[in-house]
Ligand binder design. Structure first.
Ligand SMILES: C[S@@+](CC[C@H](N)C(=O)[O-])C[C@H]1O[C@@H](n2cnc3c(N)ncnc32)[C@H](O)[C@@H]1O
Length: 219
């Protein structure tokens, strides 16, 4: 009998977590976006989400100033740095360390805290921002209602800060989870921005509740 079978039959919660972990790993190694990211030199498959959003919504332009919230391991920043070029500016922040990326200023810390927001303000040096990206996500507990509520908190923070940093014609791309707080986040986005489109890129796993909002033009 295989290990997987025996654990799933006999060990309750811990066993089913191991089975889920093994299933995730099996899917991950066969995932075409994971394989493509390796070939293209991206740090994660998430690169293809922002590339698809860019293709559809024309997010980047040469010389633009971009803020990347929740940027580790750095694939969105890799895309942003290439797209804005040497005349642009990318400032990235995460709780986790991010290996250096050419033309990206990297900060480490919790962007919901005042000292880290102050570091971001300093790194921007008063530059008005064209595009705020937020792929931030909490550590997933597996309890859907709790996870989506925590995600809604991160979305609110991204909206609040992007309104301080963005140019009037600027754009916010923000990851949301369907569930608790989702409708409220959409309402907040619609109140703050002139247009809001909801997107589910192909690279976003079908069973994931993540949805991206592309919010354009500060009201
Ligand atoms: C899905 S990953 C981002 C992937 C990234 N866009 C990429 O392409 O490599 C979400 C990230 O959000 C970060 N994060 C969550 N809460 C945060 C917070 N309060 N401040 C900064 N980063 C946060 C996590 O540490 C995690 O690395």
């Amino acid at each position: 009998m295989s290990t997987t079978k025996s654990t799933s039959k006999t060990v309750g919660k811990g066993g089913s977590q191991r089975v889920r972990g093994q299933r995730w790993m099996d899917e991950h190694v066969a995932d075409p976006f994971v394989l493509q990211a390796k070939k293209d030199g991206y740090r994660s498959r998430a690169a293809y989400k922002i590339l698809e959003l860019d293709q559809r919504d024309r997010l980047f332009r040469a010389g633009a100033v971009v803020v990347d919230l929740g940027a580790a391991p750095g694939s969105w920043s890799q895309v942003a740095a290439t797209r804005v070029g040497a005349t642009g500016r990318v400032v990235a922040v995460d709780l986790l360390p991010i290996d250096p990326i050419v033309n990206v200023t990297i900060l480490r810390g919790d962007i919901t805290t005042d000292p880290v927001i102050a570091q971001m303000d300093e790194a921007l040096g008063g530059l008005a921002v064209d595009l705020v990206l937020s792929d931030m996500a909490p550590n997933i507990s597996g309890i859907a209602a709790a996870d989506s509520a925590r995600q809604a908190g991160l979305v609110e923070l991204a909206i609040e800060q992007s309104l301080r940093w963005l140019k009037p014609e600027g754009v916010l791309v923000v990851k949301m989870f369907q569930g608790v707080g989702f409708e409220d986040c959409v309402r907040q986005l619609r109140a703050a921005f002139k247009s809001v489109a909801l997107r589910k890129p192909d690279a976003s796993r079908g069973r994931s509740s993540e949805t991206f909002a592309v919010a354009r033009g500060v009201r």
